[in-house]
Design a protein around this ligand. Structure first.
Ligand SMILES: [Zn+2]
Length: 286
């Protein structure tokens, strides 16, 4: 079975805050293979490590959250993509960091971004911040998927009010044709709201990154029935193992058709992987 990992973080090690390293990055086994002696990400090996886990496509996520996670600029995603075309770079915007979010977005799009990730709880703004509405409008019109970190964060300084689920509901209703991915499915205290949104709205999906595989059916009891709305993601590099997580989820779901959707087909269609020249895909997998 092919795997697309829709949630891969990028960046030099020193661009992450100490709390990000302690609480997340260093909990995984991957750090020694990713950076040079100065802590710079090595774009070739970075992708090799991911692909060695059986991943054939992925979404690369930069972030501009200076007070919580740190700033890992778009260029980090771009340079990995240049070595690994099947790993696709996404834009990231923080209206408290980017004075003109639309201009910053257009610049990242111009440099190869194929969608947008929003990290409200780390950037201290709300998903329904009006400064982002021109950007959402563009995403809706151009069919660019928008990923939202949806739920809590363990990083020091992250403020829970910015994870208010009703701000996501606003965006979903204000931009009904926008493709929305709720990353981590409302982690912490609103799994049931995320599940409700996925069941209610055709364009809303959940990425299951950053969640313990064994709890998934507890968090989302209808996950198997709605397997066309869930996406596999790892939250690399802060994950016990991409393949390990995949295997555990596969065992839990115990349904090949559903698992193929979650691990590959949904992401392949949603993110437009067929536009990716070198991306190899066998017809049996889709
Ligand atoms: Zn993440």
């Amino acid at each position: 079975m092919q795997i697309i990992d829709v949630h891969i973080h990028v960046g030099h090690r020193f661009e992450w805050t100490q709390t990000a390293k302690d609480k997340w990055m260093d909990t995984g086994p991957y750090v020694p293979g990713l950076y040079d002696d100065l802590g710079k990400q090595q774009p070739g090996p970075y992708g090799d490590v991911i692909k060695k886990e059986g991943v054939t496509g992925g979404i690369l996520i930069p972030e501009y959250s200076p007070r919580t996670a740190g700033v890992q600029p778009f260029e980090r995603a771009k340079e990995i993509h240049e070595h690994h075309p099947e790993l696709i770079p996404f834009a990231n915007l923080n209206p408290n960091y980017h004075q003109d979010p639309l201009a910053a977005f257009e610049d990242q799009l111009h440099n190869g971004a194929r969608g947008l990730k929003i990290h409200a709880i780390h950037g201290f703004f709300y998903a329904n911040d009006k400064r982002l509405y021109p950007v959402y409008e563009k995403c809706e019109k151009q069919s660019l998927p928008v990923m939202f970190h949806a739920g809590t964060s363990m990083f020091r300084g992250a403020k829970m009010r910015y994870a208010d689920p009703y701000t996501f509901d606003d965006v979903i209703n204000d931009f009904p044709d926008m493709k929305v991915i709720l990353c981590h499915g409302g982690r912490g205290f609103w799994y049931h709201i995320a599940e409700f949104l996925v069941k209610s709205y055709q364009n809303v999906f959940i990425d299951i990154s950053g969640l313990p595989p064994k709890n998934l059916l507890k968090y989302f009891p209808s996950m198997k029935r709605f397997s066309h709305k869930y996406l596999f993601g790892s939250d690399f590099p802060g994950v016990p193992g991409i393949r390990k997580n995949f295997n555990e989820i596969n065992q839990l779901i115990h349904d090949n058709t559903a698992m193929e959707r979650i691990a590959f087909k949904n992401a392949y269609e949603l993110f437009g992987f067929w536009n990716q020249g070198p991306f190899i895909c066998t017809s049996s997998a889709i």
